[in-house]
Design a protein around this ligand. Structure first.
Ligand code: EPZ
Length: 419
């Protein structure tokens, strides 16, 4: 999909067939940061070739690492890596680069990053990241658009996060693994990506326990060794494809579904009338029975309904008769896609954190603009349900997280072209 300008979609086709899921963007980005903690070569197998991974690669190269690909396996040689600064060019482009701050400090004793701005889904401050670093003994200076941090020797500590944050939990773990003594992190995020990061770090020799629960204990070690792991399938991409089957009332088989990571999402999919079953490792999705509205769904921290599937769910709900309501509790401004869906004929009213959907009205293809990653994917889904042709602009947002969504949907019978 690299460098795409437009995606054209002819709606009205049911999707049928088999699809496999790319490696997880949100699991692999912190693993790339973790690789910087080893002064040698690590490998992430089955790594997705997406814009955010390429951006993180560029940043690691800027810090002195070498990277290369062998098929879908990403090699990171961090034998050299004395860099301690990440410019706003990168933190502006990809907020999650902020999780490298702790890794730079743990490896090189200091770090400087451009303040990541807010983005289209909300302010997205980094105060919890800076809080956990200060608790570990880091001296933080916020000057204009930069954050400068330094610490001679990181010291383990007991830390209570003010709120559940995926990135700040990752920041804490990535910094504590090389700190002196024990760190107890409380009120941690429980997302699967945290569990995968800890599995990867343990392979490198880190001493971590409790991941997946609110309390994670890290015993600092002197150094970390080579990392090697198979990147897990992306649960949000899988959920997006399940929504594609649901919105087209099709039936698809997912060859390598994430394991036990989609519970809350599948519960809502079932409320819409969707059916699914596991069969010898595959996940069979039968969306032909989708047709019921869902009175109320709210996004929550894991294991609740994932905010990243809020817009894809909204697209499906615009096609089932009746009234549905979604409450977005994680980000303050994550309904941009609704504006575009309304241009396609969807009946959606947004009031603060709530979106009220009245589904079942005819949808007509038109030109719409993606403004962020998951909202962009949701517009592709909406276009699959439209009569006539839609044109999706702003594809660079979609390329950040989906390696081959167009090819996958075409292989399932969707009529898409790109330029
Ligand atoms: C991660 O972002 C994901 N990104 C997001 O996926 C995902 O939506 C989010 O977690 C929630 O699940 C990656 O993993 C790369 P948070 P993150 O810190 O870590 C507030 C996608 O589409 N907050 O859990 O940034 C924040 O503003 C992306 O793949 C603070 O107030 O999310 C938000 O309201 C989008 N201060 C809430 O916490 C902080 O220091 C949850 O954010 C940090 C966060």
């Amino acid at each position: 999909m690299n460098g795409l300008k437009h995606i054209y979609i002819e709606g009205g086709k049911q999707l049928f067939g088999t699809v496999s899921i790319q490696g997880s963007k949100n699991a692999v980005l912190p693993m790339m940061a973790a690789s910087f903690l080893h002064k040698g070569i690590s490998v992430l197998k089955g790594c997705p070739k997406i814009a955010d991974v390429f951006c993180m690669e560029e940043i690691l190269r800027e810090l002195g690492a070498k990277t290369w690909w062998e098929g879908h396996d990403l090699y990171l040689d961090c034998s050299t890596g004395e860099g301690t600064e990440i410019s706003t060019v990168y933190t502006g482009k990809m907020r999650s680069s902020v999780i490298l701050l702790g890794a730079m400090i743990a490896r090189n004793g200091k770090g400087k990053i451009g303040y990541p701005g807010g983005c289209v889904i909300g302010q997205r401050p980094i105060d919890f990241h800076l809080y956990v670093l200060r608790c570990l003994g880091v001296d933080i200076r916020e000057e204009g658009e930069f954050v400068e941090a330094s610490c001679e020797k990181l010291q383990g500590s007991e830390i209570f996060f003010p709120a559940r944050s995926v990135g700040a939990t990752e920041q804490g773990i990535l910094t504590a693994v090389l700190a002196k003594g024990i760190t107890v992190l409380k009120n941690c995020a429980r997302e699967p990506e945290i569990i995968w990061l800890c599995r990867y770090l343990r392979k490198m020799g880190a001493k971590i326990s409790g991941e997946g629960n609110p309390c994670i204990v890290v015993e600092g070690v002197e150094s970390l060794g080579r990392g090697e792991i198979q990147v897990p399938p992306d649960r949000i991409v899988a959920g997006t494809y399940i929504c594609a089957a649901a919105i087209t009332r099709g039936r698809i088989e997912i060859e390598n579904p994430p394991e036990n990571e989609l519970g809350a999402f599948l519960e809502v999919y079932g409320k819409m009338g969707g059916q699914y079953k596991q069969n010898s490792g595959k996940l069979i999705i039968d969306g032909r029975t989708v047709g019921k509205s869902v009175p109320f769904t709210e996004t929550e921290v894991y294991p609740g309904f994932p905010t990243d599937l809020q817009s894809p769910l909204m697209a499906v709900l615009t096609t089932v008769p009746g009234k549905s309501c979604i409450r977005e509790k994680i980000f303050e401004d994550r309904y941009k896609a609704a504006v575009q869906m309304k241009r396609m004929g969807a009946h959606i009213t947004v009031k603060g954190r709530d979106a009220f959907i009245e589904g079942g009205f005819p949808l007509r293809g038109c030109t719409v603009k993606a403004e962020e990653l998951r909202g962009g994917a949701a517009l592709i889904l909406e276009a699959l349900a439209c009569e006539g042709i839609s044109c999706i602009e702003g594809c660079s947002f979609i390329e950040r997280g989906y390696e081959h969504i167009c090819e996958d949907l075409k292989a399932l019978g969707g009529i898409l072209t790109e330029d």
